[in-house]
Design a protein. Sequence first.
Length: 142
Amino acid sequence: MDNIVTDRQLATQINYNYISSERFPNQRVISLESYKKNGAPVQTPVWLVEAAGTIYVRTSPKTWKAKRIRKNPAVRIAPSNMRGAILGSWVKGEGHFVGGEQADHILNLFNKKYGIMGRITDFFNMLRGKRSMTVIAIKIEN
């Protein structure tokens, strides 16, 4: 039980000015825009969770979006539907990878939020060889 990181502890461990989910009330999907080496934007609909006022997305560490964010952390996010149709305004930010117990806690929050749909998605990802997930926290630009 001591290894579980609470939302309050997570908030004190991370000292970034992150996007609050108030920008995305009851939103299940956002569009994450990352940038190729040549600067061309690529938009991807992703699931999100909020913990301690921070927006997190998850992905396989080998996806192109994760590779793009490692090379260039500049991102934009906007509310969207699962097909990627934008439903609101864009917000500029930076993606930061989260690891360790914090990532485990966030992945548990994803499991709680997305329930059986998340488990089905995880199952098909496992069949495609995407067993591990990485967590990305979005830091908003001031």
